[in-house]
Write a protein that binds this ligand. Structure first.
Ligand SMILES: Cc1ncc(COP(=O)(O)O)c(C=O)c1O
Length: 385
């Protein structure tokens, strides 16, 4: 029991938003052994580690096929390319997301057609999708933001009605579930990111697309390798976007820990809520909503800060050594690069409100109870001042 003493201190020192070092320390030998195995093989691209990792991810999410690629952004690009999305086409998505969701659509010359988000989950509001469907719509791309799925039943209903495929942006949500099924099988294709800050993060960039459709899987494999099949024969214009063997080897080790890490994150999230409650903060901060038919994997722990105090609270926490972040301060429809879409402030009010009111608090698998208490203590201090 002696270790409890340090866990009940509220003065836990600075608390970073994210600290990956202790997680690595616990698996150092295994990771280095895997990396050594790849170096010894001198097989770096499209080899046995990547193939095994694809099989393991397919099995983890419950999909038939998984195709590795160089990043989550490329996963989106490749998925849209596999659907032949091009100039003049439209893809319905959320403006409150990381840039790559809209960027990958626009990179193909297609138009991101934005639909506002739900105030609670920050995910696309399925009830607003239908009026945005046109004869040009080639896909709906819901983003499972922060680690919680969008309302996939309602999205599937409208997609099926109009015969439009769904491409899940599951970059932040590997392992998240909707009605007992994991992201990766909730649409026609799903895109994952292994960027180091993700719940399953590599030692660099990496991505994956999952699907149950054999033809799409085959096309994705060709597209990620320049479009060649067989070698030096190009039937389509693809990318150089392969998941390399070093990344795959590291990610295979980490995948074994993923469920335990998800459980840790869920405990941390529940603890934050309990601490907010006992500090009387629930009127000021709204924690992420939970739902019995969804499993949130808390890639981020996001609170909504009432009363226009978000930025002042963030400054207060920064001065006291608590790391926070804003995901994302400017929705895509207000970004300069999308000016040609003709949007202006007020077009997507919930997205704009979320951009002003949300704050990411520290969450990572080795975050200690005393660090969490320190975070909440410093938040409480802000409201007492
Ligand atoms: C919602 C979302 N989509 C796409 C991406 C792109 O993934 P990557 O950084 O691996 O290119 C990210 C990653 O940050 C993301 O959060």
């Amino acid at each position: 029991m002696e270790s409890k003493t340090s866990d009940t201190r509220v003065d836990a020192g600075p608390v970073p938003l994210l600290d990956l070092k202790p997680t690595f320390a616990a698996m150092r030998a295994e990771v280095l052994e895997a990396v050594t195995r790849v170096f010894d093989s001198q097989h770096f691209i499209l080899g046995p580690e990547g193939t095994a990792f694809e099989r393991e991810i397919a099995s983890y999410v419950g999909a038939e096929y998984a195709v590795g690629c160089a990043s989550g952004s490329d996963a989106l690009l490749l998925a849209f390319m596999a659907l032949d999305i091009k100039s003049g086409d439209e893809v319905v998505t959320s403006p409150f997301t990381f840039f790559a969701t809209g960027g990958s659509i626009a990179r193909l010359g297609a138009k991101p057609v934005f639909v506002d988000i739900e105030a609670g989950t920050f995910n696309i509001d399925a009830s607003l999708i239908e009026p945005k469907i046109s004869w040009r719509t080639r896909a709906i791309c819901p983003v499972h933001l922060y680690g919680q799925t969008a309302d996939m039943a309602a999205i599937r209903e409208v997609a099926d009605l109009h015969g439009v495929p769904i491409v899940e942006d599951s970059a932040q949500a590997i392992g998240a579930e909707f009605e007992g099924r994991r992201t990766g099988v909730l649409g026609h294709m799903a895109c994952f990111s292994f960027y180091p800050t993700k719940n399953l993060g590599g030692a660099g960039d990496g991505g994956m697309i999952t699907t149950d459709d054999v033809e799409l899987a085959e096309k994705l494999r060709i597209l990620r390798d320049h479009g060649q099949r067989p070698k030096y024969t190009y039937r389509m214009i693809g990318l150089n976007s392969r998941l390399d063997e070093l990344q795959a080897a590291v990610l295979r080790i980490k995948l074994r820990y993923l469920e335990a890490w998800h459980a840790r994150r869920a405990d941390i999230a529940a603890r934050y809520v309990a601490l907010f409650e006992s500090a009387g903060l629930l009127g000021e901060l709204t924690p992420p909503p939970t739902s019995p038919n969804r499993r949130h994997v808390y890639n981020q722990f996001i609170v909504r800060v009432a009363g226009g105090h978000r930025d002042a609270l963030r400054d207060h926490l920064r001065e006291r050594g608590v790391g926070t972040e804003i995901y994302y301060p400017v929705p895509l429809h207000l970004q300069d690069c999308f000016r040609s879409l003709g949007h202006s402030a007020g077009d997507f009010p919930e997205s704009e409100r979320a951009a002003k009111e949300t704050l990411a608090l520290p969450i990572f698998t080795e975050l200690t109870p005393s660090q969490q208490e320190a975070v909440v203590d410093r938040i409480a201090e802000f409201y007492k001042a």
